[in-house]
Design a protein around this ligand. Structure first.
Ligand SMILES: *Cc1c(COP(=O)(O)O)cnc(C)c1O
Length: 230
């Protein structure tokens, strides 16, 4: 079922994975933090199962994917071989895919509107499978981006919990053309005000800065797997 155009990956993936892990540990220590407090989510979207397998063999267990369909095509077989894999949904979810998403993923990072919160809560009850969820914050208040506006975040977290969603943290993608530090800092304040411990922020280009501002999860794709076809 995997679509045939998935990328075969980069020959140095495992080496790059080791390098990113070293950088994360170094950045955490430099920020006065415990390196064990920052988890690497290896973002494997657009890469084939055979490109992902060497990283699994090397010991990576947390992965991020942004499409339900692509995940359904390539992960069930990989999960059969590596049952302790933790799959994070990091892309936008449509409510008609909530059923499949709850069955396939282990963490949903992109709860970004009331309709999705409702659909996920209903599916989790139906499948008796309660997944940790993160609320996606549109921290730069960009019209083209998904996410709850920063001013509404605390109330939305409360709303999700009333629906029965196990919300454990916040996630964001800051604006591409601005220094990310102030956005990451605001995320930290929002998490604190919501009583949440998990902060998923920082990608290949800015994870060091995210770690300085308290990221507990960084989502790194291209620095490990190489460039994705556009
Ligand atoms: C693709 C993606 C990433 C990884 O981005 P890189 O720049 O390749 O590290 C992280 N987070 C989200 C939400 C993504 O869609």
């Amino acid at each position: 079922m995997a679509s045939p155009d998935l990328s075969p990956g980069h020959p140095d993936t495992v080496q790059q994975w080791h390098t990113v892990r070293e950088h994360i540990a170094h950045d955490a220590i430099a920020a006065g933090r415990d390196p064990g407090a920052v988890s690497l989510i290896t973002v494997s979207k657009t890469f084939s199962a055979s490109a992902i397998t060497p990283v699994l063999d090397a010991g990576q267990r947390i992965f991020g994917e942004n499409r339900v369909q692509e995940t359904a095509g390539k992960w069930p077989l990989l999960k059969a071989r590596f049952p302790d894999v933790e799959l994070h949904l990091i892309g936008p979810l449509q409510s008609n895919k909530a059923r499949e998403a709850v069955a396939l993923f282990d963490v949903i990072e992109t709860v970004d509107r009331p309709k999705i919160a409702r659909a996920l809560a209903a599916e989790m009850r139906r499948q008796d499978r309660f997944l940790p969820c993160l609320v996606q914050v549109n921290i730069g208040q960009e019209p083209q981006k998904a996410g709850i506006s920063p001013d509404d975040t605390v109330a939305f977290v409360h709303h999700c919990r009333e629906q029965g969603l196990p919300v454990s943290g916040l996630m964001c993608i800051p604006p591409v053309n601005l220094p990310p530090g102030p956005f990451f800092e605001r995320m930290g304040m929002l998490a604190q005000r919501s009583g949440l411990k998990t902060l998923s922020m920082g990608m290949s280009a800015d994870y060091a800065e995210a770690i300085r501002h308290g990221a507990t999860h960084v989502r790194v794709g291209s620095a490990i797997f190489g460039h994705r076809p556009p």
